[in-house]
Design a protein around this ligand. Structure first.
Ligand code: PHE
Length: 376
């Protein structure tokens, strides 16, 4: 920069001549107008309005002028730089508006377009609940066993000590399957849709050497109308243990463990005498109501909807495997004893989750399954 001019000699600074300032201004304005986008404009700004731009450099020379010329040059320079800054701001606003308009078009999302992603489904609570039960038993050392749903009559009935004329056959209204290519009356086909998972007991005993500890989940079929409390296709879980020295106490302890794992600590179970051809003795197994814990029974001040104020909830049938069944499956009843327990998952789901209508479980509507979550 030139030293301040203390004398009053007129000093001519080339860069501060009016035509020169105008030239630099016009050059800057032309460059601003020519900037096609914001990046170009940024470069124009550095070149024509930055610290090292011709106008800025010329501005530094003002101090070298005598006072009168200094004032005039300062004014002219101020106007020129003001005009450049104004043009720059205007062009910047213009280019930004253009960019925003372009982005709106280019990145527009049509929210009215139909979306084609397949919505994620949810696992059926019957599946997740049976698997949870399986887990309880697998943790105790049981294995999961499965059998066919279209079953030989022999496995479904005969081997389980349910003779031809046994009333239990009528008890479980059976769906017979006509054998392919045969004209025989359906009831003589010898093939049924299994009415319970107990035939898996027999298949397992034939397959394995004792000790046997298995849990058999599966779909079963009975001639029922679909209504709020019945479905012709439902799910049972049956467990079977065969070992030396097993007693009803083992059965009760095992079920109690299951009840506590599924419903919470401290709940007890009770056995009520019953009859099943394949177990002897047989019993109906109840668990203490997990909601009122038995307090509603005989207590009108504390009604309980879950157990209808019974204090107990019926779980399923059980008993010690009938020695005749052991014999039919090739196991020595003198050496081994066993227990079995079978129950329906739909009923369990109903009282565990307050499901009021069984039809919800078979209709396949995701609005029913989704609240149970995506549990694996
Ligand atoms: N299979 C019986 C039923 O479906 C239930 C059961 C299983 C009973 C095992 C006793 C032992 O009704």
């Amino acid at each position: 920069m030139s030293a301040p001019n203390k004398s009053y000699d007129p000093v001519e600074v080339e860069a501060l001549k009016p035509e020169e300032i105008e030239r630099m201004r016009d050059e800057a304005l032309a460059a601003v107008a020519a900037a096609a986008d914001l990046d170009a404009l940024r470069e124009v700004k550095a070149a024509h309005a930055g610290d090292r731009s011709p106008l800025a450099l010329a501005n530094r020379e003002i101090g070298a002028l005598p006072p009168q010329a200094k004032a005039e040059a300062g004014k002219r320079m101020g106007m020129a730089r003001g005009a450049v800054n104004k043009a720059f701001a205007a062009r910047q606003a213009e280019l930004e508006a253009e960019r925003d308009a372009r982005v709106l078009v280019e990145e527009a999302v049509d929210v009215t377009l139909p979306y084609d992603r397949t919505p994620a489904g949810a696992r059926h609570p019957i599946t997740t609940l049976s698997e949870r039960i399986e887990d309880v038993f697998v943790a105790m050392g049981y294995e999961v066993a499965e059998g066919p749903e279209v079953e030989a009559e022999w496995f479904n009935f005969d081997a389980l000590n349910i003779a031809q004329d046994h009333p239990a056959r009528a008890m479980q209204d059976t769906l017979f399957v006509q054998a392919p290519g045969k004209k025989a009356k359906e009831a003589e086909s010898g093939v049924v849709l299994r009415t319970h998972t107990s035939p898996v007991q027999v298949r397992t005993m034939l397959d394995r050497e004792p000790p046997v500890y298995v849990i058999c989940p599966g779909r079963v079929y009975r001639m029922d109308e679909l209504d709020a409390t019945h479905t012709p296709v439902f799910t049972q879980v049956e467990l079977l243990a065969i070992d030396e020295g097993l007693t009803m106490a083992d059965l009760k302890g095992t079920i109690e463990h299951m009840v506590r794992s599924l419903f919470g600590e401290g709940l007890t179970t009770r056995l009520r005498p019953n009859y099943f051809p394949f177990t002897e003795p047989s019993a109906e197994l109840d668990m203490q109501c997990y909601v009122c814990r038995g307090e509603s029974a005989g207590n009108p001040d504390r009604p309980c909807r879950t157990c209808s104020s019974e204090g107990w909830i019926e779980l399923g049938g059980c008993g010690m495997v009938n020695p005749r069944v052991l014999t039919a499956a090739g196991i020595d009843p003198e050496k081994y004893s066993g227990f079995a327990f079978g129950f329906g998952i739909e009923r369990l789901l109903m009282f565990r989750h307050s499901v009021e209508d069984m039809r919800d479980m078979v209709e396949g509507d995701v609005r029913f399954t989704r609240p149970f979550g995506m549990e694996i």
